[in-house]
Design a protein. Structure first.
Ligand code: PLP
Length: 379
């Protein structure tokens, strides 16, 4: 049976909209990451897709986790507690980084008991951490260029490199320990020079910190941004990995701990959405199809993630350019205004591959339509 036939059967059995998570693909993505970046421990960025089944599979396969809210922290903590822990006492440091530079005091109070590793990028945060989570280890987030990345993150977070070592001094003066540096080059980063420039900046800050006596700064967290292979034009991950490995070996001593926070790369290609045609009309000589999933649901990445997802038919036949809309009453709920599709009937199924990242995770209940049902395959 082909993969497409199987997908169609799953949707007929479970109903639509159906979000299909392929756990064999999750494991393959993690294995590819580790094979090409042997010096780097991947901390899966849970915000890309926080389904607990995904957390468990990646944990079993050896991943650690990047969380950015207390709810994500609990999702990871609860789901990996039930599994045989290799080294329970080292568990948090090895397995979780809290990578949101801004944390409210309640979050810090709850985290403190776990002696967490948390990021920061400003002096107010140092004061808060000293007060509410003095047991935390710190990672200083640096601001680095995001040029050419699909999703820009540098306007919101990151210390200017010129302020970085002063911020390490400030943390030390508050009795806290800065363990390392982090950055994020922007999501779906296809401009690999962003990583090269960020590594150069981090190297400069690290050496300056060492020269000011902060020898315990030994972790380099290179963040996320690793591009998912949405289409054949995306430069392959192994090319980026080759560049990174060369820079690691040139800049950083072998005992430096390097970690990364891949989100999209792990989950984007592991999930497929199947939706159903629930309406059909011709407007201004254009064929319009209405699906039972849209931008308030699994296609939310069209709005929040600047992502485009092709809509493909299971049916064969000559195609015409069609408009494809979601089920809600809002005109913003537009999936595509020019999608090549064959003649479809109400009740026919369509699918969108590579829709695992920033999709189901940001689904809403807008207009009373629930998020897509989830099924897991190849667990
Ligand atoms: C969102 C985010 C990630 C994941 O980014 P991807 O581009 O999906 O790999 C990693 N780290 C931090 C701090 C983030 O905010």
């Amino acid at each position: 049976m082909t993969a497409l036939t199987r997908l169609h059967q799953l949707a007929r059995r479970h109903g639509t909209p159906l979000f299909v998570v392929d756990h064999a693909r999750l494991r393959r993505n993690l294995a590819e990451f580790r094979k090409h970046l042997p010096r780097v421990q991947p901390y899966f960025a849970v915000k890309a897709n926080s389904l607990p089944e995904i957390v468990r599979t990646l944990y079993r396969a050896g991943a650690s986790f990047d969380v950015a809210s207390i709810a994500e922290f609990r999702t990871v903590y609860e789901n990996i507690q039930n599994l045989p822990p290799k080294k329970r006492q080292d568990f948090i440091w090895d397995k979780i980084i809290y990578a949101n530079p801004i944390k409210d005091k309640h979050t810090l109070e709850e985290l403190n008991q776990y002696k967490p590793l948390v990021t920061y990028d400003n002096v107010e945060e140092v004061r808060k951490i000293r007060r509410y989570a003095p047991a935390a280890g710190l990672i200083l987030r640096l601001n680095v260029p995001n040029t050419g990345s699909v999703v820009e993150l540098s306007s919101k977070f990151g210390a200017a490199p010129g302020d970085a070592v002063d911020l390490i001094d400030a943390a030390a003066a508050a009795g806290l320990t800065v363990e390392g540096l982090s950055f994020h080059v922007g999501s779906q980063c296809t401009n690999f020079q962003n990583f090269v420039q960020a590594l150069a900046l981090a190297d400069g800050v690290m050496k300056e910190a060492w020269s000011r006596g902060h020898r315990q700064v030994r972790i380099l967290d290179i963040g996320g941004g690793f591009p998912a292979a949405y289409d054949p034009h995306v430069r392959p991950f192994r090319d980026l990995a080759r560049t990174l490995n060369t820079e690691f070996d040139r800049l950083f001593p072998p005992d430096m701990e390097i970690l990364a926070e891949p989100g999209r790369f792990m989950v984007a290609t592991a999930c497929t959405l199947v939706a159903e045609v629930i309406g059909k009309a011709d407007r201004n000589s254009k064929r319009c199809y209405y699906l039972n999933d849209g931008v308030y649901h699994t296609y939310s990445g069209i709005i929040f993630d600047h992502c485009k997802y092709p809509v493909k038919a299971f049916k064969k036949g000559p195609t015409q350019l069609c408009a494809v809309f979601g089920p809600t009453c809002d005109a913003l709920d537009t999936i595509s205004l020019a999608e090549p599709l064959p003649e479809l009937e109400i009740g026919d199924l369509v699918y969108s591959p590579n829709i695992g990242a920033y999709s189901h995770a940001s689904s809403t209940w807008f207009n009373g339509f629930p998020p897509a049902k989830v099924v897991h395959i190849n667990c």
